[in-house]
Design a protein around this ligand. Structure first.
Ligand code: ATR
Length: 288
C-alpha cells in the first residue's frame, strides 16, 4: 500500500489524515496517510526514516515548512516563490517540494465560494508566511489590482521586491493599514494571525465595495474575530479558511495520485462537524 504522512510538531489535532482517507475512499485509491510527529530537531531524520519505509509523499506543517524548502532537491515555481514547502513527492533519489496552500486558497474562493478574482481589486492583509504563499497564485488569477497591507510596512515592501516580476498586468501596491484610507476592494483576504490574538486590525471601515467578499485564512466554530469585525463594518459575503484546508489537501492528493478528489463533500462533512462544536479553537487553513 502506498504510504503518505503529515509531518509536523504538533500533529495530533490535524484533520489531514481524515481528509486524505476520505479522498482515497472516494477515488478508490489504495493508500495510507498518517500523522507523524517529528522531534523539533529531527525533521530531516524523520523524513529519511519515512522514505526508508517506502513513503511516497508527505505534507509538511508547522514548524517545518521552511526546513522542508531547504531539504527539497527540486522545487516547483510556486514553492520557490512561497519560500516554503508543504508537499513532498519522493521519486527515486529526488525530493520534489511543492506548496499547495496558495492554490488551495484560490480554488476555495473561485470554485467553492463562487468569488471570481480576475479583474477584481484584491487586498491581502499580512506579509508573513501565509501571505507570501498566496501572492503568486493570486497573480495567476489576473486581478486588476493586488494590494498588500501589513502592520510592519518593511515586510510588505519585501514582498513587493520579491514578487514585482510576477505582477504582469496587475497593479501591485504595498503599504501599511493607514495607507488604505479612501481605497475600496472587491476581495479582502486576511493572512495575518491577528484572529489568534483576538485582536482587531486598525483598518478603515469603508474599504469594502458594495458586494465585497471577505476571507479569513483562519477557521473556528463561528465567525473568527476578523470576520466578526468585517460583518459589523458592512461586509455581506464572508468565509473562513476551512475550504482552504480541504483544497490544499486536494491539490496534494491530485499531485500524488493523478486524480482530483471531490473536495466539496469532504468540506461539507467537516463543516457539519465544526458547527456541532460549541467552541473550537482557531486553526489556520494552512493546517496549523
Ligand atoms: P504566518 O506564517 O502565519 O504568516 P508570520 O510569518 O509570523 O506567521 O506572520 C504573521 C502575520 O500576522 C504578519 O503579517 C504579522 O504582522 P507583522 O509582520 O507586522 O508582525 C501579522 N500580525 C500578527 N499579529 C498581528 C496584530 N496583532 N496586528 C496586526 N498584524 C498582526
Amino acid at each position: 500500500m502506498d504510504r503518505y504522512a503529515l509531518i509536523g510538531h504538533p500533529v495530533e489535532h490535524s484533520k489531514s489524515p481524515h481528509i486524505h482517507a476520505a479522498f482515497a475512499r472516494q477515488t478508490r485509491q489504495e493508500l495510507s496517510y498518517r500523522a507523524l510527529l517529528a522531534p523539533l530537531d529531527g525533521f530531516s531524520d524523520t523524513v529519511r526514516m519515512f522514505r526508508a519505509e517506502h513513503g511516497r509523499g508527505a505534507n509538511i506543517t508547522v514548524p517545518f515548512k521552511i526546513e522542508a524548502y531547504a531539504l527539497a532537491t527540486r522545487l516547483t515555481e510556486r514553492a520557490r516563490l512561497a519560500g516554503a514547502v508543504n508537499t513532498f513527492t519522493f521519486e527515486d533519489d529526488a525530493i520534489i517540494g511543492d506548496n499547495t496552500d496558495g492554490i488551495g486558497l484560490v480554488r476555495d474562493l473561485i470554485i467553492n465560494l463562487a468569488c471570481p478574482l480576475a479583474g477584481r481589486r484584491v487586498l491581502l492583509l499580512g506579509a508573513g508566511g501565509a501571505a507570501r504563499g498566496a501572492v503568486f497564485p493570486l497573480f495567476q488569477t489576473k486581478p486588476v489590482s493586488l494590494t498588500i497591507a501589513n502592520r510592519t510596512i518593511e515586510r510588505a515592501q519585501e514582498l513587493r521586491t520579491a514578487f514585482a516580476s510576477c505582477a504582469g498586468q496587475t497593479a501591485f501596491t504595498v503599504g501599511g493599514f493607514g495607507d488604505l484610507k479612501g481605497w475600496e476592494f472587491d476581495v479582502v483576504i486576511n493572512a495575518t494571525s491577528v484572529s489568534l490574538e483576538n485582536g482587531v486590525l486598525p483598518l478603515p471601515g469603508n474599504i469594502f465595495a458594495p458586494d465585497a467578499f471577505v476571507y479569513d485564512m483562519m477557521y473556528g466554530a463561528g465567525d473568527t474575530p476578523f470576520l466578526a469585525w468585517a460583518r459589523t463594518a458592512g461586509a455581506a459575503r464572508l468565509s473562513d479558511g476551512l475550504g482552504m484546508l480541504v483544497e490544499q489537501a486536494a491539490e496534494s492528493f491530485t499531485l500524488w495520485r493523478g486524480v482530483r478528489p471531490n473536495s466539496a463533500s469532504v468540506l461539507s462533512g467537516l463543516r457539519r462537524k465544526l458547527a456541532s462544536k460549541s467552541k473550537a479553537e482557531l486553526i489556520s487553513g494552512r493546517e496549523f
